[in-house]
Design a protein around this ligand. Sequence first.
Ligand SMILES: NC(=O)c1ccc[n+]([C@@H]2O[C@H](COP(=O)([O-])OP(=O)(O)OC[C@H]3O[C@@H](n4cnc5c(N)ncnc54)[C@H](O)[C@@H]3O)[C@@H](O)[C@H]2O)c1
Length: 313
Amino acid sequence: MITGGAGFIGSNYVHYVAQKYPDYDITVLDKLTYAGDLENIKSLDVEFIKGDIASAIEAGKAMKDADYVVNFAAETHVDKSINDPQSFVKSDVLGTQNLLELVRKYDVERYIQISTDEVYGSILEGSFKETDNIDPSSPYSASKAGGDLLVNAYYKTYGIPVIITRSSNNFGPRQFPEKLIPLFILKALHDEPLPVYGDGQNVRDWIYVEDNCAGVDTVLHKGKLGEVYNIGGGNEKNNMEITKLILEKLNKPETLIQHVQDRLGHDRRYSLDATKTKKLGWQPKWSFEDAMEKTVNWYRDNEKRLYPKTKTL
Ligand SMILES: NC(=O)c1ccc[n+]([C@@H]2O[C@H](COP(=O)([O-])OP(=O)(O)OC[C@H]3O[C@@H](n4cnc5c(N)ncnc54)[C@H](O)[C@@H]3O)[C@@H](O)[C@H]2O)c1
């Protein structure tokens, strides 16, 4: 059972699993919010259930025969969480808690909670390890942290088979164009200004989505129950570097760059130490350059479907 499988990382994970394990029966549960699109998985032979992870009936229907559950479903956009925190608590905290109750009820072998490096907060030097304290800054990361704490509490209290992964910023195909990379590619293709927050020096550790999917798969099959695993790409870039690279790849002028007022509570730098996950035998395969090339080409090829979505923001 894969929740949020019509969204960005979830749909890439559905593709990854369908290809690697053709004998697995995959059930996708997704509420199809603005960020989910069935088009992302329409070529695949999976059972799709439209529903909310916070609904015991809908999620129960999807989970009752599942051996493995991987929970990607969440509200994910930091800017949205600043304007509407409650919808984040509903999906990312209460939704997670509902799934954990269902794991207690059904005979699930492994439950993977997909979390984020954002729960650790900002770090100016060095990298976060799984043993570091969480210190989230936004309503989004606080809601994800709430989900993580419940997963941990359910492990300690009820002994259910859970593991958490925390990945850095993903990029690649099938992402709703509200986040930096797809938004800027589509805007640049249309010669529209690219709104860079503040001085553009905020650093993120970028990982190609397929490498994260492989990391989740490794943790699902080899990770230790009750543990947290960081999945980082090791590609630290600031927003201005990413913006200039996109413009260069599309042969567009830097005059499209437009500095806008910084995001409230904007974390300066995220950085993950992924040594623990690497010890399970995983490591990122994609170079940042090759993955960016592939990503830019994908959005260029799918521009007709995705560009109109930038107008719904
Ligand atoms: N995108 C990143 O860079 C990144 C980095 C680290 C961790 N994560 C985590 O990975 C997961 C997936 O992120 P994404 O970028 O693919 O998100 P996304 O916004 O692209 O997709 C989220 C999906 O979940 C579905 N969904 C939302 N609320 C739901 C609910 N209550 N019930 C059922 N379905 C619901 C949406 O319809 C959508 O298909 C999230 O848990 C996120 O916190 C993302």
